[in-house]
Design a protein around this ligand. Structure first.
Ligand code: TYM
Length: 341
């Protein structure tokens, strides 16, 4: 069966559940900007506040974090005149399509998600129902726009496979070719930036230790201190990237450096081979601070006018509704629901 040709459209989202990290920047934001600037895709970027509340969020902090994330997107280069930038809860199509998908997706699929297992931990009885259904809402985010490409970090791969499963099952159950089978876009040296304290854990905004991550809001001194204290092994840097196979902390710092400079990991290795950490870490910190400082400054400037951020998110939401409402209306129609409009 050859499906309809879907217009190339990028969708991606970030949870405003804390400040943005270098992992979000290198694994997601930086690549969103590249996709926006490669004019072949229409881009839709979303601050997924409905996902954030699957675990407890203080209401005042959530609003502030959402504005901070919006400012971070714009400071990193997302242009709201070129891309659609909005917060999820302003577009009811997401919650509505998520409900329809809750009735397509299977409990077993959700139970196998590693994020569900990690976040619910040993106390699944007390986890929110929303946390369990999280991936159906994520599928709704993507499919409400008939998005064809979704740039994400490595940790979202399983959720994107589930999005494809939901689209496939819907199309099959209702005998239609209505939802696209979305392509995950997971590439570059920084699809999984690791914690600076533990090379086996990903860098995360929810890690209790602030020293484990670089925040988009950190100043140059803080960045330098965090890289100086980053956990490493005692060996100097080897000749080839392959030699870092069993050295996760060292490999992570090389990956970060490669992603920041846009150099291949092979080129980086030939530049730094033989260096000790005392030489490499300050250099890495300098490169990171140079890249991040203009973004942090611009983010803080934008945050000085929260009304303007809210206005931009409102405008983005209106554009997002224009695309998603007809798609969700058609979904209802396919499922046999009567509409009077
Ligand atoms: P979230 O908010 O955890 O992360 C946002 C994006 O940043 C990437 N990322 C990383 N990349 C590399 N290294 C890291 N340490 C790192 N930490 C985070 C994530 O892979 C992601 O691309 N469920 C999603 C949000 C979401 C979404 C969507 C994404 C909701 N709906 C629809 C794409 C499409 C999440 O929690 O991302």
């Amino acid at each position: 069966m050859t499906g309809p040709a879907f217009t190339p459209r990028v969708f991606s989202g970030i949870q405003p559940s804390g400040g943005l990290t270098l992992g979000n920047y290198l694994g997601a934001l930086k690549r969103f900007v590249e996709m926006q600037n490669d004019a072949s895709h229409e881009c839709v970027f979303c601050l997924v506040d409905l996902h954030a509340i699957t675990v407890w969020q203080d209401p005042k902090a959530l609003a502030q974090q959402t504005r901070e994330a919006a400012a971070g997107f714009m400071a990193a280069g997302i242009d709201p005149a070129q891309s659609i930038l909005f917060n999820q809860s302003q577009v009811a199509a997401h919650a509505e399509l998520a409900w329809l998908f809750n009735c397509v997706a299977r409990m077993g699929w959700m139970g196998r998600m590693t994020q569900w297992k990690d976040k619910s931990g040993k106390n699944t009885e007390n986890a929110s129902l929303g946390l369990f259904a999280y991936p159906a809402l994520m599928a709704a985010d993507i499919l409400a726009y008939h998005a064809t490409h979704v740039p994400v970090g490595e940790d979202q791969k399983q959720h994107l496979e589930l999005t494809r499963d939901i689209a496939t099952k819907f199309n099959h159950d209702f005998g239609v070719d209505f939802f696209p089978i979305t392509e995950p876009v997971i590439d570059g040296p920084a699809t999984r930036v690791m914690s600076l304290r533990d090379g086996t854990k990903k860098m995360s905004k929810s890690d209790p230790s602030d020293m484990s991550r670089i925040n988009l809001s950190d100043d140059a001194d803080t960045i330098a201190q965090k890289f100086r204290k980053a956990r490493t092994d005692p060996e100097p840097l080897p000749e080839t990237y392959g030699d870092l196979k069993d050295r996760p902390e060292a490999r992570n710092l090389i990956d970060i450096y490669a992603a920041l400079t846009g150099k291949s990991t092979d080129t980086v290795m030939s530049d730094v081979a033989g260096q000790g950490w005392g030489q490499f870490k300050p250099h890495l910190a300098e490169v990171a601070a140079e890249t991040m400082a203009p973004i942090t400054d611009e983010m803080n400037r934008l945050l000085g006018d929260p009304g303007e951020i809210d206005r931009i998110l409102g405008e983005g939401s209106a554009k997002a509704r224009e695309i998603s409402e007809p798609i969700v209306a058609r979904t209802r129609d396919i499922m046999g629901m009567i509409s009077s409009g």
